[in-house]
Design a protein around this ligand. Structure first.
Ligand code: SF4
Length: 337
């Protein structure tokens, strides 16, 4: 009974201290305070984008490592972008976290604590600091609860598979945050054994695969992990995943001016994904100090999209560039602080 009430306090009431759990007997609270921690992550730095839509937190862990968590407001919904590792071992050349290198995996508690942090922030300031009138009006009834989580922050989630799945189980628990499986998206740079394991376990979540290039040579230049798991192995794993789960995969394509954004590149990805249940998410590059590339211009991104739709009937989106003025690409705040 006490465990169930404690769970409610943690994940429904978002209590941030044992004192805020009055229905637990004092002896239980004293025992918990002596034996356990709530894992509340202090905010080392908080930045709001100039439009107020996006808030980025640099959170401090017990060992003083720092991770990034982002709250993104859209019309009628809020999404938490959370980290799975301190740093990252994958080394994608354009990514600030990749440029940092890998420090350690996060524990399930540290992963869940980020979602709880965003849920608390949402409760405290439902409308955030949004300055755009049209958005304020659309937020007449702001979403009261966190319902969407994307594992697209620092780290490669499938490199920390067990802890990430444990965390997702907690996020989905119906007596707590109760996130639906189709509201959780996990993004991988292409860790083939992890994708195959997801296929075997038929996990209820959305899978996003960072593709960025449609040939092995071009991909390996951007994503070094492609040397370990080449493009043909990755695509075979994606086919296995979609076949086993019946799910469409989101293919992420960071648009880098002059690098992977030409009509020929669009046709190459169209051919690569032909016949697969797929959607392409085009994401103009967030520039970082460690990589000279620049984001693709809007017109070129739209042309890329028109080719995918017109010649390959391939759905795509051009991702809104959230929080560009607060270095919201993963790892950018941690490396700047
Ligand atoms: S893009 Fe993702 S997988 Fe690649 S280095 Fe950055 S955090 Fe790691």
């Amino acid at each position: 009974m006490h465990a169930a009430r404690l769970w409610n306090y943690l994940y429904l009431e978002l209590a941030d201290s044992f004192d805020a759990m009055p229905e637990l007997p004092p002896r239980v609270r004293a025992l918990l305070a002596a034996e356990a921690g709530l894992g509340v992550l202090p905010t080392a730095l908080e930045t709001d984008s100039s439009d107020g839509f996006t808030c980025k937190y640099l959170l401090a862990l017990a060992d003083d490592a720092r991770i990034e968590t982002v709250l993104m407001r859209f019309t009628g919904r809020v999404t938490a972008c959370i980290s799975s590792q301190v740093g990252c071992a994958m080394g994608c050349v354009f990514c600030a976290t990749g440029q940092m290198g890998y420090t350690r995996h996060l524990t399930p508690g540290e992963i869940v604590a980020q979602a709880v942090h965003v849920a608390r922030a949402l409760r405290e300031t439902p409308r955030g600091n949004c300055k755009l009138l049209v958005y304020k009006q659309s937020m007449a009834s702001p979403p009261a609860r966190l319902r969407n989580v994307v594992l697209m922050g620092m780290g490669e989630p499938l490199h920390n598979y067990d802890a990430v799945m444990h965390a997702i189980d907690i996020l989905r628990d119906e007596a707590g945050l109760a996130l639906a499986g189709d509201r959780i998206t996990l993004s991988t740079v292409g860790v083939v054994p992890g994708i195959l394991r997801l296929a075997r376990e038929k996990r209820s979540l959305h899978l996003a695969v960072s593709l960025h290039a449609a040939t092995q040579e071009e991909r390996a230049a951007l994503v070094p992990v492609a040397k370990k798991w080449p493009l043909d192995e990755l695509m075979a794993a994606c086919r296995t995943y979609s076949g086993a789960t019946g799910r469409r995969i989101f293919y992420e394509w960071t648009l880098i001016e002059g690098k992977n954004d030409s009509p020929a590149h669009a046709r190459a990805v169209g051919r690569l994904l032909r016949g697969l249940p797929a959607q392409v998410n085009l994401i103009p590059l967030n520039p970082t100090s460690g990589y000279a590339g620049m984001p693709t211009h809007t017109e070129a991104a739209k042309k890329f999209q028109r080719i995918l739709a017109g010649e390959f009937a391939l759905p795509s989106t051009v991702r809104q560039r959230r929080g560009i003025d607060i270095a919201a690409g993963c790892g950018q705040l941690a490396t700047a602080s």
